[in-house]
Design a protein around this ligand. Structure first.
Ligand code: PLP
Length: 793
């Protein structure tokens, strides 16, 4: 099955034959068990507007599901809306248009509010453009759902966002200013996206005042600017008409042109079903006949499920105004119970009322206004930064009293919240970043920022420093400069080879018991990990780093805790990307265009993630014989000719990995093979064309790797041709280093002595230096890089 560990990107073989019924059931059972139900005692969805679908919706949906002839999309225009689920769609939509006080309306069901927003704003754009308004600006609140900004990007609209003030909704004055600024900047078309029910607060923009303001400006500027007003009622559309019928957020304002609703939120439908409604005539701005079939299409998507139309119809007409009103009133009662629970747990919490919404917003009096992670996970809560009444911004949590929430769940939440608030208060604030003594040499003043050896940094939740404890830590590649923790630095004196050494550690009073201990001179540093780091580190217990005098070249060496040699690594390049050759005893790994970053997921949190992006990675496995070279694996995943965004946060990789490769390949060759080989000959001709990579040294390039008599040569020819680089390495260097190095066992680091570590560091650095990279320039544009080959064993 798919490679989930690596983030779903490595393709799987399509199944040759179907699974047996029991295997199929087992696969589905597993996923079903992983999906928490509404009554699951461990998870309650309080942060999102989600509910179990209503029985009438479910039964209509399932009844029509098997009839694929119910596609209400563009491919089945027959019946012209007068038959089957097409008729149900129209009837449901017209009922909803009546609910929203439209005298007449057009529209269609969508996959959700995101599609409805995109389609609604597309209609707006085309409508103002149809009247010669070519420069179109979209104005919205910074708190608008990101489907609005997404749509602006897709539709190519200039975006102007309004920063929320103390009320969190768009105030008339703010909108007036934004309109004036857009007009002054040359906009000839202005689309305003208002929100009826912000997802982080439940609040509703004063649509009646804002739409009237826009209407006045539209009349005043009739020969200059076209206006279009859109209301995203994804949340409020199925709530406000039942909780506060007087709230004029809808088509009763003549200046409102289009609206989105989201029946799969408070409308009690299963996913996915959204609704777009527009004033009569406007749908024509997106209506076209297909040049191929002549079929008329007014939608964004092609096929659409008739079962969704049937379910929407069943819910609208099955529940009616009375049914929805009763359901929403129940939600409001539960909302008040949640507010009571918050007041009881944290009497100083700032509770912001969201009138007529089943939403409570609370700013807790805990440090940073936050609640412990276990609690927010369990209740699926999000924290949002928003303006505070006393000025500045602070974190707020919002709580949705959904249709499926029970009083028992609220009671359990109330008890848990009191504990969570106490726990959050007890948590200590993290110390700030510290700098070393100002009396130190310049390059050691901020040693944490200066260290360039990425390491598996280990983060301990407060009070847990034992790696054997469950939940002990998260480990990541992290640059020390981002950890916020200071390092102590002390002058050590002259080493046996006459270098001036400094030693450093988070706590020099306990040098080997606290993450790492380092020795640094002008040309090297060596770091020894403590016991805990050694347990989790993937790259051994000791790291050496030697500079070659060229700022863009360095050699790293990693040793296992037992003192065994692990790898010697040559790194070239100073910018965002490096080119590397890593030599192990049994393999050499070439990495071009590698970029690695570790970072904190959220400010003040203990959560870290890392991301590694390598354009070209070629592993040459050295078999213990003389077999000829063979290509074992070639994967071409990305195209380095196109830019991609590297280093997103881990949470941004929900469906993608945090390790990227454009090209990965493996060559297996006997360590004693006498035959010359070349990667470009081993791969099929068509794949060779694809071997384009990003390089730290020459930018985009055609890479090649070749082997001959124990030597491995990596060449990069820049695109367009101009520069070439050559990196040469002795494939036996790993074996030789392993033989040459005296054993430096650090598996019991507390038994080490600082002086001994300094002596080992000095000796090891000299050995590495003898194998260090040499750079030479040959013929103007050609750079030749070579690792020194053939140092006597
Ligand atoms: C105000 C608002 N608009 C649009 C959307 C997008 O809805 P959907 O996920 O159905 O596409 C949401 C979803 O939470 C929302 O809260």
């Amino acid at each position: 099955m798919g490679d989930l560990e690596n983030g779903w990107t490595i393709s799987d073989t399509f199944p040759a034959a179907g699974l047996s019924p029991s295997e199929l059931t087992a696969g589905l059972d597993r996923a079903y068990a992983e999906t928490t139900g509404w009554d699951d005692p461990t998870v309650t969805r309080l942060g999102f507007a989600m509910s179990a679908p209503h029985e009438v919706a479910l039964s209509a949906w399932t009844r029509f599901l098997a009839l694929n002839s119910n596609n209400v999309g563009v491919h089945t225009p027959f019946g012209a809306g007068r038959a089957g689920t097409r008729r149900l769609e129209r009837e449901a939509l017209l009922g909803l248009a009546g609910l929203l006080h439209a005298d007449s309306a057009d529209g269609h069901i969508t996959s959700g509010a995101t599609e409805a927003v995109l389609q609604g704003l597309r209609i707006g754009r085309n409508a103002v453009r149809a009247d010669a308004a070519s420069r179109v600006t979209l104005i919205t609140s910074e708190f608008a759902h990101h489907s609005v900004t997404k749509a602006a990007e897709v539709l190519g609209l200039d975006l102007r966002t309004i920063a929320p003030g103390p009320s969190w909704v768009i105030e008339p004055e703010q909108l007036a200013q934004a309109v004036e600024a857009a007009v002054a900047a040359g906009a000839t078309g202005i689309i305003v996206a208002l929100t009826a029910g912000y997802y982080n607060s439940g609040l509703c923009d004063p649509v009646d005042q804002l739409a009237a303001l826009l209407r006045r400006r539209a009349v005043q500027l009739a020969d200059q600017v076209r206006f279009f007003c859109y209301v995203d009622a994804a949340h409020g559309g199925f709530i406000f008409p039942f909780s506060d019928p007087a709230l004029a957020f809808d088509f009763r304002n003549v200046g409102v042109h289009a609206m989105a609703l989201d029946p799969h939120k408070s409308g009690l439908l299963p996913y996915s079903c959204g609704v777009l409604l527009v004033r009569k005539g406007l749908l024509g701005h997106v209506t076209e006949a297909s040049p191929v079939t002549g079929i008329v299409d007014s939608t964004l998507t092609g096929s659409r499920p008739g079962a969704a139309a049937a379910a929407l119809w069943a819910t609208v007409f099955g529940l009616g105004h009375a049914g929805f009103t009763a359901a929403i009133q129940e939600c409001l009662r539960r909302r008040d119970l949640i507010a009571d629970a918050i007041r009881a747990a944290d009497p100083e919490a700032e509770i912001r009322p969201a009138p007529a919404s089943p939403v409570v917003v609370a700013g807790f009096s805990t440090p940073d206004g936050l609640l412990p992670k276990e609690f927010t996970e369990r209740y699926r809560l999000l924290a949002v930064s928003a303006p505070a009444p006393q000025g500045g911004r602070r974190s707020y949590h919002h709580f949705y009293a959904g249709h499926s929430l029970t009083d028992e769940q609220i009671a359990r939440f109330a008890t848990g919240l009191s504990e969570a608030v106490a726990q959050a208060r007890a948590a200590r604030a993290r110390p700030g970043r510290g700098k070393a003594d100002a009396g130190l040499p310049e390059q050691l003043r901020d040693i944490a920022a200066d260290t360039d050896c990425f390491r598996h940094y280990i983060v301990h939740p407060p009070g847990r420093r034992d790696p054997d404890e469950p939940g002990y830590s998260f480990h990541t590649f992290l640059h020390r400069s981002t950890t916020g923790e200071p390092l102590q630095v002390r002058e050590w004196g002259e080493t046996a080879t006459g270098r001036q050494a400094h030693v450093y550690a988070p706590d020099l009073a306990d040098p080997f018991g606290n993450e790492l201990f380092g020795v640094r001179t002008a040309d090297y540093y060596v770091e020894v990990l403590d016991r805990s780091q050694q347990k989790l580190s993937l790259v051994g217990g000791v790291h050496f780093c030697v500079g070659t005098g060229d700022p863009g070249e360095r050699v790293l060496m990693n040793l296992e805790s037992t003192g065994e040699f692990r790898s010697l690594e040559y790194k070239f390049g100073e910018g965002e990307f490096t080119d590397e050759i890593q030599c192990f005893r049994d393999r050499v790994v070439v990495k071009l265009g590698k970029s690695a970053r570790g970072f904190r997921r959220r400010a003040h949190s203990d959560e870290y993630s890392f991301s590694i992006d390598t354009s070209f990675e070629c592993t040459v496995e050295l078999a213990d014989d003389d077999r000829p070279a063979r290509l074992d694996m070639l994967r071409v995943s990305g195209d380095p000719l196109l830019p991609r965004r590297t280093h997103l946060l881990r949470q941004e990789y929900q469906r993608f990995p945090n390790r990227f490769f454009d090209i990965e390949c493996t060559v297996v060759v006997g360590a004693r093979s006498a035959d010359a080989w070349r990667l470009s000959d081993l791969v099929a001709a068509s794949a060779a064309d694809a071997l384009v990579a990003r390089s730290g040294l020459v930018g985009r390039c055609v890479p090649d790797v070749s082997g001959n008599a124990g030597e491995l040569v990596v060449t990069t020819a820049s695109l367009p041709a101009g520069r070439r680089t050559r990196m040469t390495v002795d494939t036996g260097v790993g074996q030789r280093m392993a033989r040459l190095l005296p054993v430096f066992d650090v598996s019991e680091p507390e038994r080490l002595r600082v002086d001994d570590v300094v002596a080992v560091a000095d000796h090891g650095a000299d050995l590495i230096r003898a194998h260090a990279a040499v750079r030479s320039t040959d013929g103007g544009t050609e750079t030749v890089l070579a690792t020194a080959v053939g140092v006597a064993a």
